[in-house]
Design a protein around this ligand. Structure first.
Ligand code: SAM
Ligand code: MG
Length: 938
């Protein structure tokens, strides 16, 4: 299980509190050879790295166990140290309500102590500033300051009542209530919401402070943003002169209030663009003084609620609000401040939605969007879904998502199936495939893989969402990321975003996968833009061409988006009732002469995967029709949601608002820089069930089973997928050999064989893996019964492939040789975006020049049926073999034939000349196994 509910200090944090820099951690890497390698393997192996942590404290040291993650080893060491010290980490949840009240009272008392007045804590700076306040206010500290800046008080209030999370007034009222118990010491002014020390500070302390005093500020103007509570009024830029007194008093004056005691301060809203803390300031609503204010604010004051401000901070805010970045930091009395602009406000708004969290990180606000599917880790750009979901929950004050991963029961056969698949995916042939996030097809009924569910709960443990996709994934991480993405897509529908079109969400699959209580704990955010719903999205005004770039390809583009006013924007459909086209034309002409287009967003190179919805639909559909190097431009009208995004990306808010008001449109310019085709393995898996790779292996296995062969050599065995499958069936084979030039592939093959041969009873008496090229002859492989060479020749240069054929048939002279290679003619089917049957396919629709040439970037050539037949027939003839043609994937009867073409060569002569034993042995034994002896080489 990942994620948790309890908010506690970690062991490391406690150690830090106690020892600070006197605790030193040293993490060492531990290589666990027993776990990783395979005995006898002659290739140096790097096993999974584990970590052990040494923690040195002033009086003793501890050493942790080994862990997969560094940080786990550190936490474990800290935990051991705490145990030694006899400290049990105190859990906030262990504290009783009564203790919480006592803590609050104690802390308030301490805050007003002589000692604290010189504290380096930001609250200390407030206390000192309060002593400089004018008149009545001198020495009084606004309650909200204590409620906001003493994090411990806030955490204690949460114990008393968890709803303080969303209701900051409640914290204020608790602080006042606790302070009221200190009547000998503190004066509580309930109607002005401030606290003050009853007895003045000793003069000596005040004098000492003089040296502490802040530098006097010259007039300092800070930009802030005014957010009216009335949704009809726009969010505007404001300015604060923070040089003339206590900053809360200054902000209060913007609201026409007497002083800062009547101000509320929100939690921090991230660090905007400026780096310092950004918060919302708003007046304490009048009703809070008249209410019995220990009750949470109810719905009775809905009319004064500031929906936009409440939305971005997740707390109830009433009346107008100011978003500003002003405050004290540790160790200084100087104010820390930064400008906050309207753009910052919209950026914060954007960052509230799953789509926004994703986009913000990409700086591609309008162009990129949260993809609607997670295919492979290597194709995914930006933070991974799980990360985004955690950020989203944090943003919305929800508990950390709780993941539960189950792996389906391991049956023998499914185990085999899985190990086979795993090897295939990570085949040396294409390293990219390691991250393939293919769903596990369950057609075999074997049902093995990982399933992940995720629950999102509120901090008070109410269920918001229970998402438990039924799909199985081969990898745990894929299951996790897919579940996270599904949850994010569900949340997305609450946001007026450009992302996720409705279709994906109404998918019946998802309906069954996702449960959410009917009384939604999660509701739609307020309308942030103007909300003119008559603006709809138009398709790029271009004739529709056929998609030439396949789903799964990763394209890289350079683009720019501009806001422009179209002088011909008078087509009647775009006019609302009562407006005359003429007026519009006139006003547009005006604009034309004065203004050019405004660049909103541009990117010199951005990559995305086609078919996952990672880019806004206009860009994606245009790009998939382009060829590399081609430039395209088109315009679209503005979807409503785009307004917020545009305001979040453009600096000149006023001008942008004006442009938006005069029916502007978006101009897109796109240059297609490059395309990387989807990987062969993914393509094959998408089109064929079982995947083509599995069909090839099955084809060979069938032939081998039917023969009465006792020796087999797999030329170019890679990770050993064929040898692996062979061991699942009883065969007459007693000697199996694998040859390859890739150490990575051979090492994988060795591990697989090691596990399998030592586990299962089979006829095999000896297994050997050689590091060697099949372009070289090794006499130990002479006159074997069967040779296989699956998907190997196309990885050599064409002339080498011919040479290889000659070598194998003339020197190795197997009785039977099975060779498979891609059928080039079939590529146009594979390269379509969606699988189709051969009959339905109309490849002539496509400009062939735009298709990736081969199925895999490592292929040096791919042959048509004709080329393959020629090569194989001539070869067979020269060496006295017969040859038959076949294939897998699709049909041999219909054009363009099988997806993978196969030639089966049979040696005509029964007896072959002997090659002197030991005469030519260039191959290096990498790993060897003999029945009874186990793995021999060491
Ligand atoms: C696409 S993989 C096929 C692996 C395996 N036959 C299968 O079907 O899963 C191609 C393999 O051929 C190997 N190969 C390429 N040239 C070779 C050569 N000259 N001698 C031996 N192996 C070679 C590569 O290292 C790689 O493992
Ligand atoms: Mg290949």
């Amino acid at each position: 299980m990942v994620g948790g509910v309890k908010q506690t200090l970690t062991p490391k944090a406690i150690i830090h509190q106690k020892f600070g820099a006197n605790a030193s951690y040293r993490v060492e890497e531990v290589h666990d050879s027993s776990q990783s390698s395979c005995p006898g393997l002659a290739i140096p192996q790097k096993g999974p790295c584990l970590y052990r942590c040494h923690l040195q404290l002033p009086d003793f040291s501890v050493v942790s166990n080994v862990f997969k993650k560094k940080k786990d080893s550190e936490q474990s060491a800290a935990e051991l140290a705490l145990e030694k010290l006899g400290i049990r980490p105190r859990d906030d949840n262990d504290i009783t309500v009564e203790e919480a009240w006592d803590d609050i009272t104690g802390r308030i008392k301490y805050t007003f102590s002589d000692e604290f007045l010189s504290a380096e804590h930001p609250l200390g700076a407030h206390l000192r500033a309060a002593l400089q306040r004018d008149g009545d206010c001198c020495g009084s500290v606004p309650v909200s300051v204590i409620a906001t800046f003493d994090a411990k008080i806030l955490s204690r209030c949460k114990i008393i009542n968890p709803s303080v999370e969303s209701d900051p007034f409640l914290v204020n009222s608790y602080v006042m209530k606790a302070a009221a118990k200190l009547s000998d010491y503190i004066v509580v002014s309930p109607h002005v919401a401030s606290l003050r020390r009853k007895n003045p500070y000793p003069p000596a302390i005040i004098e000492a402070l003089a040296t502490h005093e802040s530098d006097s500020l010259e007039s300092v103007e800070v930009k802030a943003v005014h957010i009216p509570y009335l949704g009809t009024e726009i969010v505007e830029l404001d300015a604060l002169d923070i040089s003339s007194g206590y900053y809360l008093d200054i902000i209060a004056k913007r609201f026409g209030l007497k002083d800062g005691n009547q101000m509320m301060i929100s939690r921090t809203l991230g660090k905007a663009s400026c780096g310092s803390e950004c918060r919302l300031y708003s007046p304490i609503p009048k009703f809070k003084f008249s209410d019995n204010s220990s009750e949470p604010s109810g719905s009775s004051h809905e009319e004064t609620r500031n929906a936009r401000a409440s939305y971005i901070c997740g707390q109830d805010i009433h009346g107008d609000a100011i978003l500003a970045s002003v405050g004290y930091r540790w160790k200084t009395d100087n104010l820390d401040y930064d400008d906050v602009t309207v753009k910052s406000f919209y950026r914060i708004c954007c960052g509230m939605s799953p789509n926004g969290i994703y986009k913000i990180s990409r700086q591609a606000l309008l162009a990129a969007q949260l993809p609607s599917s997670f295919t492979t880790k290597s194709n995914w750009r930006g933070p991974l879904p799980r990360e985004i979901l955690c950020m989203f929950c944090h943003q919305h004050r929800l508990a950390e998502p709780v993941f539960s991963i189950t792996s389906d029961p391991v049956k023998l056969l499914s185990d085999i199936f899985r190990s086979h698949k795993k090897l295939k995916i990570s085949g040396v042939d294409d390293a990219d495939n390691e991250n393939s996030s293919r769903e596990k097809e369950d057609t075999t009924g074997l049902g093995h893989g990982f399933r992940c569910g995720v629950k999102v709960l509120t901090k008070s443990q109410d269920l918001v969402l229970d998402c438990s996709p039924r799909k199985l994934y081969e990898k745990e991480n894929d299951a996790l990321q897919n579940a996270s993405l599904k949850a994010l897509l569900w949340f997305s529908k609450f946001f007026d975003d450009l992302d996720v079109s409705g279709e994906e969400l109404s998918d019946t699959d998802d309906d069954q996968d996702i449960k959410s209580p009917s009384t939604h704990v999660f509701s739609a955010p307020p309308i942030l833009g103007k909300g003119d719903s008559s603006r709809t999205t138009n398709m790029p005004p271009k004739e529709k061409r056929v998609q030439s770039i396949t789903n799964g390809s990763v394209v890289s583009i350079c683009y720019s988006l501009s806001l422009a006013v179209d002088p011909n924007y008078s087509s009647d459909e775009n006019l609302s009732d009562g407006e005359s086209p003429r007026e519009v034309i006139e006003s547009n002409e005006d604009i034309e002469s004065e203004y050019s287009t405004d660049l909103i967003e541009s990117n010199e190179g951005i990559e995305f995967e086609v078919g996952t919805g990672a880019m806004n639909t206009h860009i994606e559909s245009a790009v998939t029709q382009m060829t590399v190097g081609e430039y395209a431009s088109f315009s679209t009208t503005l979807p409503t949601a785009a307004e917020v995004l545009i305001l979040a990306s453009a600096t000149d808010t006023e001008r942008i608002r004006w442009l938006l008001s005069v029916r502007s449109h978006l101009d897109y310019s796109i240059l297609l820089l490059g395309v990387k085709g989807p990987t062969e393995e993914r393509m094959e898996a998408a089109f064929f069930k079982p995947p083509l790779s599995k069909q090839r292996v099955e084809y060979a296995v069938k032939h081998i089973k039917e023969s009465s062969a006792s020796t087999l050599a797999d030329f170019g065995c890679g990770s050993g997928s064929l040898l692996d499958s062979l061991l699942d069936y009883p065969t007459s084979l007693h000697t199996i050999i694998g040859v390859d030039i890739s150490p990575k592939g051979l090492a994988r093959a060795a591990k697989m064989l090691h596990t399998k041969l030592n586990k299962e009873a089979c006829n095999v008496k000896s297994a050997t893996l050689y590091d060697g090229s099949i372009l070289e002859f090794d006499s130990r492989l002479h006159d074997i019964d069967i040779g296989t060479c699956l998907e190997v020749i196309e990885h050599m240069e064409e002339d080498q492939a011919c040479e290889c054929g000659e070598k194998v048939l003339s020197l190795f002279r197997p009785k039977l040789l099975i060779v498979s290679t891609p059928n080039y003619e079939y590529n146009r089917i594979l390269q379509q975006s969606t699988p189709a049957t051969q009959e339905e396919n109309h490849p002539e629709d496509k400009p062939e020049s735009q298709l990736p040439k081969f199925r895999n970037h490592d292929h040096k050539f791919e042959w048509t049926r004709e080329q393959f037949n020629q090569w194989a027939s001539k070869l067979a003839e020269r060496h006295n073999y017969s040859v038959e043609f076949s294939g897998v994937g699709g049909s041999g009867e219909v054009d363009p034939g099988f997806a993978s073409q196969i030639a089966v060569f049979k040696r005509e002569a029964n007896v072959v000349e002997n090659v002197a034993e030991g005469s030519m042995q260039p191959y290096k034994v990498i790993w060897e196994w003999k029945k009874g002896n186990g793995d021999k080489k060491d």
